[in-house]
Design a protein around this ligand. Structure first.
Ligand SMILES: Nc1ncnc2c1ncn2[C@@H]1O[C@H](COP(=O)(O)OP(=O)(O)O)[C@@H](O)[C@H]1O
Ligand SMILES: [Mg+2]
Length: 361
């Protein structure tokens, strides 16, 4: 078990390509942290620096208070599961899992015990004599995880381990990983570009944008109080509606064209008087036939019990997510003008139009 800390960690690849711009973070013993961000934002680079596969350009990474910048990968006591978890095709499941331990020269009985333990946890006991090609995708992924578990490392690193699986299997494996962590309590750093995976797995999550952590917090904190428009539009499905507005001295809200929007002036922070702002409202916190704004229906997606209603306010796309039953005139016609607003139960979000940062009341 171990703590993991980042102190002003940066990475610049040769050619002056700056990829990580200063990460500060403390990960507690046994914590499960998810780093989430779009492709190319530096997630794998960060993981590879922790694992020792990539040099650290600035700052320090410490495990249990000890700086590991100069340690070889093998000396860091870390196990990593990748997206491309290439198993050795000519080896059995047992040998695939035992391989790393043989290299580390553990005794035969100890190897046997560790592989059998891991196989039991991962429900692979009956497959130990099979070869990878005789396994399903999910089983192969479990073997890759087994390879990491048998090492009994201080820290687990997962780099998009479920990306190659189909949607159903991904959900299943997500649960497996949760159960596994509940059982082993090994400090874990998990990287994904999938915000649903991040929300469901993380104890705390780091939302990364272009090598900068935009927000670190529990999934609930990040969802309820996104620190920036980037976070607001990355976390949540569909993403938060972000509407450029102008606030007058009565704290009334006007859209970009100056038309009055009918939202409660009391929900507007006093600091926004006579200023421009971005107003945020989640699709599922909106209501049809409520006072707010008028939009024309552009498209309706029926998801079963819910529907997504797409429209537009000037140039700004607006999405509403609501139960199908609530519309008396269901289904809505394309081109129909509807009045939509807040459900009155959730506060509006406010962001600075220049910096994109959250404005607190
Ligand atoms: N060896 C390298 N040399 C130069 N640039 C690299 C190298 N590896 C990755 N990069 C760049 O660093 C950025 C982050 O890459 P990566 O960490 O793989 O992102 P992610 O895992 O979030 O998709 C990308 O713009 C990528 O092109
Ligand atoms: Mg990556």
């Amino acid at each position: 078990m171990a703590t993991l800390s980042f102190n002003k960690v940066t990475k610049t690849y040769p050619g002056n390509i700056a990829v990580i711009h200063g990460i500060d973070m403390e990960i507690a013993d046994g914590e499960f942290i998810v780093i989430v961000g779009p492709s190319g934002c530096g997630k794998s680079t960060l993981m590879r620096m922790v694992a020792g596969l990539e040099g650290i350009s600035g700052g320090e990474i410490s495990i249990d208070g000890k700086v590991v910048n100069k340690l070889e990968p093998a000396e860091r006591d870390i196990a990593m599961v990748f997206q491309n978890y290439a198993l050795y095709p000519h080896m059995t499941v047992f040998d695939n899992m035992a391989y790393g331990l043989k290299i580390r020269k553990l005794g035969k009985a100890e190897i046997q015990r560790r592989v059998e333990d891991a196989a039991r946890i991962l429900e692979l006991s009956h497959l130990l004599e099979r070869r990878p090609r005789q396994l399903s995708g999910g089983q192969r992924q479990r073997v890759a995880m087994g390879r990491a578990i048998v090492r009994d490392p201080k820290v687990f690193l997962f780099d998009e381990p479920l990306s190659n699986l189909d949607a159903k299997l991904r959900v299943q494996m997500r649960l497996e990983i949760q159960k596994l962590h509940h059982r082993l309590r090994t400090t874990s750093l998990y990287v994904t570009h999938d915000q649903v995976e991040a929300m469901t797995l993380a104890q705390r999550m780091v939302v990364m944008n272009k090598g900068i952590p935009e927000q670190i917090g529990t999934p609930a904190q990040v969802f309820e109080k996104p620190a920036s428009t980037f976070v607001a539009s990355f976390i949540g499905s569909p993403p938060m509606n972000l509407i450029p507005v102008q606030i007058d001295d009565q704290r009334q809200i006007h859209d970009a064209d100056g038309a009055l929007l009918q939202f409660d002036a009391d929900s507007v922070p006093a600091s926004l008087r006579n200023r421009k702002a971005i107003m945020g409202i989640r699709p599922e916190h909106m209501q049809l036939h409520a006072s707010g704004l008028k939009m024309e229906v552009e498209m309706v997606e029926i998801l079963g019990s819910e529907q997504l209603i797409h429209g537009r306010l000037g140039d700004t796309p607006i999405i509403l997510r609501c139960p199908v039953g609530v519309t008396k005139d269901y289904p809505l016609e394309i081109g129909e003008a509807v009045q939509v607003g807040s459900d009155g139960k959730h506060p509006l979000h406010w962001f600075d139009p220049e910096s994109g940062k959250r404005i607190e009341d």
